[in-house]
Design a protein around this ligand. Structure first.
Ligand code: AMP
Ligand code: MN
Ligand code: MN
Ligand code: MN
Length: 285
């Protein structure tokens, strides 16, 4: 049997991806993806368009979002999956985060201004389709202006801690993010844990707290982390009784680490999050 291709982490131009939600689904079909979640940063405005397109293409669509969270002075990303997209508190909570993004963007622009780069707010905004303005939009502006040769270089030079375009920002708490996701009937997943570089003491602390707060799973396989970390995280997931998830974290050609749907299989001991979901479970019969 061919293993179904399931990608539970992807971005459209509603946040910092390049493709429209519908075009992302066409691309998923091109890559033989059978089930997909659209997980834009702090925004669910693309779900309706994407789910319609996916339906026509015979792809199973899972509602998703990637919520920005501050935990222990660090930024974490919590993916919400399979929730009711019409849930009011979720809508309001995400709007609050996007308002914070706008304020942060103004401060980033001020900070770049002090470093001699003018007009960054308007410049970044011209790349952001919705109110979900983020660092990638600044990166696109800075590359277009010739301040760095590509997106990777621009993050290193301007958009990471200690650099002129980076400002600290307080996102919502881990608890708030899980409450929003669970309140809408969804499952909360720690996105790309390998990116946080927390060490062998802090990871278990995060997973324990996440589990106690009602978190469901962790991204054992992610396009944003080294595939060699999968075994480490699948064992941790097992020991904290958490499900496993996998996603490419595709953003678009040129800014994404991996191709859409290009995810290796989860390790054997993993219990995939979709074992909770009837629609994806059917793919395995
Ligand atoms: P933000 O949520 O606005 O702080 O932006 C975070 C996003 O920036 C991530 O989701 C990635 O899409 C992107 N990003 C972060 N670091 C890098 C990097 N080094 N190179 C390319 N994109 C990055
Ligand atoms: Mn992103
Ligand atoms: Mn992320
Ligand atoms: Mn992502």
């Amino acid at each position: 049997m061919n293993i179904p291709i399931i990608d539970l982490h992807s971005h459209s131009n509603i946040s910092d991806g390049l493709l429209t939600p519908a075009d992302l689904m066409f691309h998923a079909a091109e890559n033989n993806v059978q089930a997909i979640a659209l997980t834009d940063h702090d925004d669910i405005a693309g779900l309706e368009e994407a789910s319609h397109a996916a339906k026509k293409l015979n792809i199973i669509f899972i509602n998703g979002v990637e919520i920005s969270v501050t935990w222990n002075k660090r930024t974490l990303h919590i993916v919400g999956l399979n929730f009711d997209k019409d849930d009011k508190p979720l809508f309001e909570g995400l709007k609050k985060i996007r308002d914070g993004r706008l304020k942060r963007a103004q401060l980033m622009s001020d900070s770049l201004g002090m470093a001699g780069i003018q007009g960054a707010f308007d410049g970044a905004k011209s790349y952001a389709k919705s109110s979900t303005i983020g660092r990638i939009h600044f990166a696109q502006f800075l590359v277009a202006q010739g301040y760095a040769k590509n997106i990777g270089a621009v993050f290193k030079k301007f958009l990471t801690p200690g650099k002129p375009g980076y400002v600290d920002h307080e996102w919502i708490s881990l608890e708030e993010s899980i409450t929003l996701i669970n309140g809408a009937g969804g499952d909360a997943i720690i996105a790309h844990p390998g990116r946080y570089d927390m060490g062998s003491k802090l990871y278990p602390r995060l997973f324990q707290e996440f589990k106690d707060l009602g978190g469901a799973g962790i991204e054992v396989m992610s396009g944003s982390q080294d595939p060699s970390q999968a075994n480490y995280f699948s064992k941790l997931a097992e020991s904290f009784d958490l499900f496993s998830s996998c996603g490419s974290d595709f953003h678009g050609k040129g800014i994404s680490h991996r191709a859409l749907g290009n995810i290796s299989q989860l390790p054997d001991n993993s219990i995939p999050i979709w074992t909770k979901w009837e629609n994806i479970k059917k793919l395995f019969h």
